[in-house]
Write a protein that binds this ligand. Structure first.
Ligand code: PLP
Length: 372
């Protein structure tokens, strides 16, 4: 049987080859390489898509989070609350400023940040909360925001996995003070390389982020503050403009596949994420929990179906944060998920026969009683 990849970006390139290459050639002809016309044009289009006044393109999603923290004045001595179940870059942006990420558990069923765990982690040093719309599933923004408001904290959204997702009918990226996006290859919207964006409605943040990413200057060679080189490349802006036109149709296809998995995978050994009614997820990653990950992955690999895991180690137990003193048991839901999660193949160009094969394999899977 043919191989099924977890994700296959070559199909998109082949389907839209002419559009992508035309866009790239234009940038080359005009040598608009760093920032410039095509990066700026994408910023406008992306802000319009998200529904914010501004979007500031940057060189990757990690930089987007770093810029967001800097724009909010986070620095040494501060703490920012971050979910333990996320990609590590959510926390890096906090750490880069000299502040400390404080990890909070996820819920047992949505696998998103648990609002009930936040308040006990708030100290007099807490400046804000970064919520992550993980796997393309919006987190419970309303409750997080209510806690933040009560304590005078900001909420930043990590939207790196959720371009186009909605919470109570509102687009992610419009809800918090700032929205941080990644365009890493494989994200719902992706560059041919690296890219990211910060969305917001406040002009002040927008100008500050534009300055930070551009070596700290508004006027060339006059550096008003310590800056960074985090500009979005023109080539990536041009490619992203092509992708942005396709994104609604990609998300629809992701949703179609995601809903089929949810409905048709009925094996009781497989636990799926809960998707609350007030949200519209975009199925960046289709995560399941199984009793024995190694056995399940080996079983799928036998049928030449590639799976992986997001993420095998929760942030609070990563070696890089060993100095923060977390231990096993501090975030039990995130730890359980990390040990049992598997990511099934899901990407917009997946064919029906492939979707059906994944479903059939999942349903035929039997937990061996030898292990576990
Ligand atoms: C991808 C990702 C990032 C980082 O984005 P990069 O573009 O890879 O730097 C941050 N947070 C989450 C949740 C992500 O999935």
């Amino acid at each position: 049987m043919a191989h099924i990849s977890r994700i296959d970006l070559t199909r998109d390139f082949q389907a839209h080859r002419r559009d992508y290459l035309d866009a790239i050639i234009k940038v080359c002809e005009e040598t608009a390489f760093s920032g410039g016309k095509y990066a700026d044009r994408f910023d406008e289009e992306f802000a319009a898509f998200v529904g914010t006044k501004y979007a500031s393109g940057v060189n990757n999603g990690t930089s987007a989070l770093h810029c967001a923290m800097l724009a909010l004045g986070v620095g040494p001595g501060d703490e920012v609350i971050v979910p333990a179940n996320t990609y590590i870059a959510t926390a890096w942006g906090v750490t880069y400023t000299g502040a400390v990420p404080v990890f909070v558990d996820c819920t047992a069923d949505t696998w998103e940040i648990d609002p009930d765990g936040i308040e006990e982690r708030i100290t007099e040093r807490t400046k804000g909360i970064i919520g992550v719309h993980l796997y393309g599933q919006p987190f419970e923004f309303g409750r997080v925001k209510e806690i933040a408001d009560r304590h005078g904290l900001f909420v930043v959204e990590d939207c790196a996995q959720a371009h186009g997702a909605k919470y109570q009918g509102r687009n992610v990226g419009t809800l918090g003070e700032l929205g941080c996006f990644s365009f890493y290859p494989g994200k719902n919207l992706y560059a041919f390389g690296e890219g990211g964006s910060v969305t917001c409605d406040k002009e002040e943040y927008y100008h500050h982020i534009n300055r930070l990413k551009n070596q700290g200057c508004d006027r060339r060679y006059y550096h008003d503050e310590i800056g960074y080189n985090m500009r979005l490349e023109g080539l990536q802006g041009a490619v992203l403009s092509v992708g942005l036109r396709l994104l609604p149709e990609w998300n629809l296809r992701r949703q179609e596949i995601g809903r089929r998995y949810l409905k048709e995978i009925t094996n009781p050994a497989i636990v799926m994420q809960r998707h609350p009614e007030n949200t519209m997820p975009v199925f960046h990653l289709f995560e399941i929990m199984v009793p024995d990950r190694e056995a399940f992955m080996a079983y799928m690999a036998q049928s030449d179906v590639e799976c992986n895991a997001h993420y095998p180690v929760p942030c609070h137990l990563q070696q890089a944060y060993g100095n923060l003193g977390y231990k096993v048991g501090d975030c039990p839901n995130a730890e359980y998920l990390a040990a049992h999660c598997v990511t099934l193949p899901l990407f917009p160009e997946m064919r029906e026969d492939e979707v059906e094969r994944v479903i059939a394999l999942c349903n035929a899977y039997q937990v061996s009683n030898k292990r576990n």
